[in-house]
Design a protein around this ligand. Structure first.
Ligand code: SUD
Ligand code: ADP
Length: 288
């Protein structure tokens, strides 16, 4: 039997870091939402007990380093599943981009194998298992829009933000999330107002959402990679309503409400960046 599962990317509408914790992780407050840019995961039953990763992308590891592999291994071990699985990843989300591509592949694998192996786990149980793989996996299990706290694994559902276009521009550099957190100087950052962002989303106030975007990790990545700053400036100049780096970067996203402006920004950025996407917010959670 085969099963096809969608694994959408996320953007961080706001990302605040409160403190560094004793366990090395950082305490965060992030408003995250899924976007209509997805990897496609095809899960195929195997007659042996192996986990097999197939991907056409040279940036995606095809062994135990793959987060989708780790998701399958974890479920196999926890629930003593004898059967193996082939996981084909059709990669559309740029890798190491701040868009949680790997985390979303892992989350889609958890959701898919729950069905394929008839595990009967609730979405909350899957999210808890996801947290063992990475901080962003729990959010990706639910999808939609949420406030993420703790190291990112504590998820509080939010309503969908007002509808708009998202333009994404990914410069041809990869960024290590660990390096960005390690270089963060909390004494000099400008913290976003998370409560005000949540309020704007609840009120479906598009101008409010645009006003409240903010990401403390920009202070690190923009300094390490000045080209990210240049892309931000270009996107602002071409007329996006707000422009922000997603996660640890280097992808920059802009929000736009009107189709007429979308084309101008998209065309303008194509001259600077190889990877440019114009997509919609998904907003709502996956049906459970
Ligand atoms: C920055 C964010 C924002 O959504 O996303 P990306 O830029 O990776 O997409 C996340 O916090 C990334 O989550 P994720 O990529 O799952 O991180 P993990 O694999 O759990 O951790 C990678 C490394 O990042 C650091 N880390 C991660 C999360 C956190 N709250 N504090 C940290 O200090 C740790 O050094 C950890 O070893
Ligand atoms: N299924 C996967 N897709 C993409 N990257 C993966 C995957 N599994 C493991 N990785 C590794 O995870 C790292 C982070 O990738 P990704 O999840 O795309 O970025 P980010 O953490 O910035 O959102 C990459 O360096 C890659 O080698």
């Amino acid at each position: 039997m085969k099963l096809l599962v969608k694994a959408p990317a996320k953007i961080n509408l706001s990302l605040d870091v409160l403190k560094k914790r004793e366990d090395g992780y950082h305490e965060v407050e992030m408003v995250m939402t899924t976007i209509d840019l997805s990897d496609r995961i095809e899960l195929s039953e195997r007659t042996d007990s192996e986990i097999f990763i197939i991907s056409q992308s040279r940036f995606v590891p095809d062994d135990q380093r793959n987060l989708a592999y780790q998701a399958a291994k974890l479920l196999k071990e926890k629930f003593q599943i004898k059967q193996g699985v082939s996981i084909a990843i059709d990669k559309m989300i740029p890798v190491a981009a701040g868009l949680a591509g790997g985390s979303s592949d892992a989350a889609a694998t958890l959701r898919g194998l729950n069905q394929l192996w008839n595990l009967g786990l609730s979405i909350d149980q899957l999210a808890e298992i996801g947290a063992e793989i990475g901080s962003d996996v729990s959010f990706c299990v639910y999808g939609g829009t949420a406030l993420a706290k703790g190291r990112g694994e504590k998820i509080l559902e939010l309503p969908a933000p007002p509808n708009c276009w998202v333009i994404l521009a990914k410069p041809s550099i990869g960024v290590s999330t660990a390096d960005v957190y390690n270089n963060l100087d909390l004494s000099s950052v400008k913290h976003p107002n998370t409560a005000a962002m949540i309020h704007a989303i609840q009120q479906k106030n598009y101008e409010g959402v645009c006003r409240e975007t903010g990401n403390v990790l920009e202070s690190v990545t923009l300094k390490l990679h000045p080209e990210v700053y240049q892309i931000k400036e270009q996107m602002e100049r071409f007329g996006a309503d707000t422009v922000l780096m997603s996660g640890s970067g280097p992808t920059v996203f802009g929000l736009v409400q009107y189709d007429s402006r979308l084309q101008r920004i998209y065309n303008g950025l194509r001259g600077f960046c190889d990877q440019v996407f114009a997509v919609r917010l998904l907003g709502e959670r996956f049906p459970s």
